[in-house]
Write a protein that binds this ligand. Structure first.
Ligand code: C2O
Ligand code: CU
Length: 552
């Protein structure tokens, strides 16, 4: 059937700013690719005979043991992968890390990934950030048991970007993610290649996570009730799965591709010498032009693409990327308790903080959320004279406005309610077959959505402000754009974070601080079915701060 697939693709590409030229430039095999109406419901989980993949991967989820800290090895849960078909650079292992291999794809590739569950429990993989059919999105509905296999087949429709693969079984996402199951998906396209940004050893993916280890070096994931409320914080900061991460680099420009792989921790990233941070991209790929910030906020699941230029730095010089002090991201009550305890109590309302003796540096680190601590040390170990220059123009895409949306006067609500034992979206927890009327969305429409705090939370005794905290809100499916961010009633501490948002690119996760109201514009194109939206504070997500849109 001559379907509307190509029409959809063309519209998608032009809305993503690629235009018809880019479409014409796709390999003929991809233009010809057609297995029928892409809008229909695919049989989930099985390979289909008429899908001819360009890339085929077997992805294993399993428990394994590796050395992270000095002393005993640590049990983790992790992904590993085998390339069955496709370009040899598709998979890159991160040496010594529990993180899954980096997957590299090109826009337009047809991809088959078979998840093989070798864990003793159910799991499913979600491709965070990718625009794939609902059946291929790794929803909890599709979780597979031990020993089972789930075959994903989709075409890479995303623009160049860094995305995430991670587990998504209901109530278990946070723990599985925390135990090590996560990896980066890097998508490249023609528009980005043309820029000749730093690549190879000069392009460095950096996944930032926080963990707690017990005295036998085993990961501890045991959130108490109050830690499910605030989120679960570790006292060790790992980068690409290693503590105290150090990089030896040349005196030239690099591309740092940052991902927050923590379940709940928010970072306020800055260089110790106050060098401004140059941002070239966000969750959904390159910005139009580079942006400079004194610091940047990076909430769970958010990504940032940084241009980091060490040109002119002397051999032996050091720079530290760290997290700076901020407040307002956890409930005021928890923050006060933690301050009273001086950040020394591990049980300081789940704020993280106690240091193992063995990990104490000369300079004490305050690894409470919102504390000040180092993340990554860069040492310049060689001086070079030539370095690429930062392009002044990075990419071209359509900026959505109210004229593009189906509902300019009636934004779809994403109402956050915050109560002592419940964090919810639109008043309900996650449930099967529970789509509310306003959660039904016409396929191929572009919608205005508004994220705010519901007034009717009804949590009487706890004044609004007491429970109010930051939530990284994530929507599955296509990237969105942020139309506006207004701080109507900013909580204490807002001034400590407000310069750090990068809101002018494509996003799939947005940090919503207390008192903020954020309007976003998001396309719901190409695929019908259920697409989740939830808080990416994974403790909140597992508590039920997750809902689904039914695109129909
Ligand atoms: Cu990163 Cu629904 O997830
Ligand atoms: Cu939340």
């Amino acid at each position: 059937m001559k379907s509307n697939f190509n029409l959809n693709r063309r519209r998608f590409l032009s809305q993503a700013g690629f235009g018809l030229l880019a479409f014409a430039g796709l390999p003929a095999a991809l233009q010809a690719m057609q297995t029928g109406d892409s809008m229909h419901t695919l049989p989930a989980g099985k390979a289909s005979a008429n899908f001819l993949p360009d890339v085929e991967i077997e992805l294993y989820a399993q428990a394994s043991k590796l050395s992270i800290l000095p002393g005993p090895a640590t049990w983790v849960m992790r992904y590993s992968a085998k390339l069955i078909k496709g370009p040899s650079n598709t998979l890159t292992d991160i040496p010594g890390s529990y993180l899954g291999p980096i997957m590299r794809f090109q826009t337009g590739q047809k991809i088959r990934i078979s998840l093989i569950n070798l864990l003793d429990e159910a799991t499913i993989v979600h491709w965070h950030g990718l625009h794939v059919p609902a059946e291929m999105d790794g929803s909890p509905h599709y979780a597979i048991a031990k020993g089972e296999r789930f075959v994903y087949e989709f075409e890479m429709l995303n623009r160049a970007s860094m995305n995430i693969y991670h587990p998504h079984p209901h109530h278990q996402t946070a723990r599985q993610f925390y135990m090590g199951m996560a990896g980066a998906i890097i998508v490249n396209d023609a528009e980005e290649s043309r820029l000749e940004l730093p690549s190879g050893e000069y392009e460095i993916p950096l996944v930032i996570q926080d963990k707690q280890f017990d005295n036998d070096n085993q990961l501890r994931y045991t959130p108490h009730m109050h830690e499910r409320m605030t989120g679960y914080f570790g006292d060790q900061i790992l980068v690409n799965g290693r503590p105290k991460q150090k990089l030896n680099l040349a005196s030239r420009a690099y591309r740092f591709r940052l991902m927050n792989g923590s379940t709940a921790r928010i970072y306020k990233l800055a260089w110790d010498d106050n060098t401004p941070i140059t941002v070239i991209g966000t969750d959904g790929g390159l910005l139009e032009t580079p942006v400079q910030k004194p610091y940047v906020m990076l909430a769970p699941a958010e990504r940032l693409d940084l241009w980091v230029d060490f040109s002119g730095r002397k051999k032996g010089s050091q720079l530290i990327l760290g997290s700076r002090a901020f407040s307002g991201a956890v409930p005021a009550m928890a923050e006060r308790m933690s301050n009273m305890m001086g950040g020394r109590g591990r049980h300081g309302m789940g704020m993280g903080g106690m240091h193992h003796g063995m990990n104490n540096d000369v300079n004490a680190e305050d690894t409470r959320m919102g504390g000040e601590y180092p993340i990554l040390t860069v040492t310049i170990n060689r001086e070079v004279t030539d370095s690429p220059t930062l392009p002044s123009h990075l990419s071209q895409f359509k900026r959505y406005s109210l004229n593009d949306v189906a509902n300019p006067k009636q934004p779809l609500p994403l109402a956050i309610s915050e109560g002592p034992m419940s964090m919810l979206l639109n008043g309900r927890g996650f449930a099967d077959d529970d789509v509310q009327d306003f959660e039904r969305i016409a396929v191929n429409s572009i919608q205005l959505l508004e994220i705010f705090r519901s007034q009717s939370g009804g949590h009487g005794g706890m004044g609004m402000g007491m429970m109010s905290m930051a939530h990284p809100i994530h929507l599955h499916g296509q990237y969105f754009q942020i139309l506006s961010r207004t701080a109507e009633n900013p909580g204490a501490g807002y001034d400590t974070v407000k310069e750090g948002f990068v809101d002018n690119g494509f996003k799939d996760t947005v940090l919503v601080m207390p008192g903020e109201r954020i309007k976003i514009i998001k396309p719901f194109q190409d695929f019908k079915g259920l697409f989740m939206y939830h808080c990416h504070n994974l403790e909140h997500e597992d508590m039920g701060m997750m809902r689904e849109f039914s695109v129909e």
